[in-house]
Design a protein around this ligand. Structure first.
Ligand SMILES: NC(=O)N[C@H]1NC(=O)NC1=O
Length: 175
């Protein structure tokens, strides 16, 4: 991670070395360092919106197969990695913000079963921007979206990844 205090200004973003840029933005899309490696080539950015747009374009322009790879990089919400304390700091903070670290036994059972069922149907985890939700809306979304088609869920999953990405960038860059 960065060896300087965050947040940083857009001009500081533009002055980072390639290596620093990849380190600072390497997890704005969960575990997807390729995105930062591509986006760094688009510098300079005029403002934080332009930087966010570049990551969003990356997510739009990749193939369907690569979109699925990105969805698969995400941890389950309130899943095994969370229980083991092995989430990335970003994901841990987001899951905490939604209240997922304080589930009742019944909520945990429903989450586990619904996550499992969803993953079995689609082949990738259920993804939602946790910071924009609370436990109840996450459980509802998980159950409602199970009825969607594969194609719809790839689109919706990537849409949620874009929201997660934007909030992570706004934690890093002054705006
Ligand atoms: N599965 C899933 O949605 N995970 C992600 N959501 C979020 O807000 N942070 C994550 O890691």
């Amino acid at each position: 991670m960065a060896s300087f205090p965050l947040p940083i200004s857009i001009s500081e973003v533009n002055s980072l070395s390639d290596e620093q840029f990849e380190s600072v933005f390497g997890n704005v899309i969960e575990l997807c360092t390729d995105a930062a490696a591509e986006v760094k080539k688009k510098r300079p950015f005029q403002d934080v919106t332009a930087l966010c747009d570049a990551f969003q374009s990356y997510l739009e322009d990749i193939s369907l197969a690569d979109k699925v790879v990105i969805l698969k990089l995400h941890p389950d919400l309130a899943g095994r990695l969370a229980a083991r304390g092995e989430l990335t700091p970003e994901s841990a903070g987001e899951q905490r913000a939604a209240g997922l670290d304080g589930l009742t036994a019944e909520q945990k059972r429903v989450m586990d079963e619904s996550n499992q069922r969803y993953k079995l149907k689609f082949g990738f985890p259920f993804i939602i921007c946790a910071r924009e939700n609370k436990v109840q809306s996450i459980i509802e979304g998980l159950q409602r979206r199970y009825n969607n088609s594969q194609e719809q869920e790839i689109i919706t999953g990537i849409y949620e990844v874009k929201k997660i990405c934007k909030l992570r960038i706004l934690d890093i860059v002054k705006h």
